[in-house]
Ligand binder design. Structure first.
Ligand SMILES: NC(=O)c1ccc[n+]([C@@H]2O[C@H](COP(=O)([O-])OP(=O)(O)OC[C@H]3O[C@@H](n4cnc5c(N)ncnc54)[C@H](O)[C@@H]3O)[C@@H](O)[C@H]2O)c1
Ligand SMILES: C[C@@H](O)[C@H](N)C(=O)O
Length: 375
């Protein structure tokens, strides 16, 4: 870090710093590329994004916000920073309840100019980049996954750098592959995934870190496990079974699982995931010894999850009809993540383990079923 700062200092002094043009390199910039920034990168560039305070809250944009995680994140951030300071965006049409809870805007991350306009017009200071095509959906449409997960990311990186945003992009257990250590996977280890989703997330981790060292972009990233949420549907991942099982258990008393009974994967309740996201964004820059952290909570197999469900619903039955594509993906992912760096650096702790998760999910779906029956 010290060496990089020194090199940057020398380069700046010589006026020789190059900046990225969205997809190529040049030393003289047209106005549209990272061009507003002063011609020199400040010495303390790593710390120049807006911090949060009660008096001066960040102005936040969430991309891809109508998926499994975005609405919950917006709720959490609005409680903390005020309803008007958090803008949810997506290319999907928002349901009414989303519109009633705070600002929503159409934003396609593939439209660089419009995205830049939004950041400027709404004076955005923090950006949570959630748009992505997940593991199973990505394998079903590789060109779209490549465009959304890689080109979309490049747009976000350039805009975040140009306007000195603090940028959060989630990574995933999918960023590991079959040659990574599986129990546990470390923050720094071999990463050779073989899904377009995993490859694009490794690319994202490296690009974010590169922009941090090269341009001082305040990039922060967590590798999420499979996330379990009650009131939002997953968008085409390999861990989706662990969300769907609760819906089916309460409605039909049985569930057909598309992964093998003994497939162990890291998982996390959505409340822990979103709290971790806010905590790492709020962490003082000096406390972060790295820019991409594993976070971990629990790890279970479909059979173990079914057993826990049976403690509440003794008649519950699980059967297995394995999807070979999803199974191959799951078999290449770690069974556990080592998150000791997150725990040490910024005090990460998970609150919810498997028994609490199952109680919470079943309570939600039982009351949801009762409401549906009375309507
Ligand atoms: N849900 C999980 O278990 C999990 C685990 C690890 C990491 N993550 C990461 O967290 C983030 C959010 O995940 P999620 O589960 O909410 O995803 P999701 O698939 O449910 O939602 C993604 C959203 O992106 C939107 N989108 C698609 N194309 C777009 C475009 N061109 N411009 C803007 N938005 C577009 C979709 O409409 C969708 O609402 C993703 O980056 C994902 O990789 C999720
Ligand atoms: C693990 C995560 O990235 C996502 N839920 C998926 O299965 O694709």
């Amino acid at each position: 870090m010290q060496i990089i700062r020194m090199l940057r200092h020398v380069a700046v002094a010589r006026g020789a710093v190059q900046r990225p043009l969205r997809s190529c390199w040049m030393s003289v910039l047209p106005v549209r590329c990272l061009g507003n920034s002063s011609s020199q990168i400040p010495e303390n560039a790593s710390f120049h994004s807006a911090a949060s305070s009660e008096a001066d809250p960040p102005r936040i944009l969430i991309t891809g916000g109508l998926g499994q995680l975005g609405v919950g994140l917006a709720n959490l951030l609005r409680k903390r920073f005020g309803e008007e300071n958090v803008i949810l965006s997506d290319i999907k049409k928002p349901p009414n309840y989303v519109l009633h809870r705070g600002p929503f805007i159409y934003a396609d991350v593939l439209d660089y100019k419009r995205l830049r306009e939004i950041v400027v017009n709404h004076r955005i200071t923090w950006l949570f980049h959630y748009s992505a095509l997940l593991s199973a959906a990505g394998e079903a449409n590789v060109p779209l996954a490549r465009a959304l997960n890689i080109t979309g990311l490049h747009h976000v990186l350039d805009i975040a750098t140009e306007y000195h945003l603090r940028l959060f992009v989630p990574s995933t257990i999918a960023a590991f592959g079959s040659t990574s250590p599986r129990n546990p996977a470390l923050d720094l280890c071999t990463q050779r995934p073989r899904t377009i989703y995993g490859v694009s997330k490794v690319h994202m981790e490296l690009m974010g870190e590169y922009y941090y060292y090269r341009y001082g972009l305040d990039f922060r990233c967590l590798r999420y496990p499979g996330i379990i949420s009650a009131d939002s549907e997953p968008g085409g991942g390999t861990t989706d079974y662990a969300v769907h099982i609760f819906h089916e258990a309460t409605r039909r008393g049985k569930f057909e699982c598309n992964l093998k009974a003994n497939t162990r994967l890291p998982m996390m309740d959505v409340s822990d995931c979103l709290r971790a996201t806010l905590e790492v964004m709020n962490a003082p820059a000096e406390s972060l010894s790295m820019r991409t952290y594993n976070i971990s909570a629990m790890s279970f197999t479909p059979e173990e999850l079914a057993q826990e469900v049976r403690r509440h619903l003794p008649e519950f039955q699980i059967t297995y009809h394995v999807d070979p594509m999803r199974q191959a993906i799951a078999d290449s992912w770690p069974m556990n993540l080592d998150d000791s760096n997150a725990r040490k650096d910024w005090g990460w702790r998970h609150d919810i383990d498997l028994p609490e998760l199952v109680t919470k999910m079943l309570n939600f779906h039982r009351s949801d079923t009762r409401v549906a029956q009375t309507n």
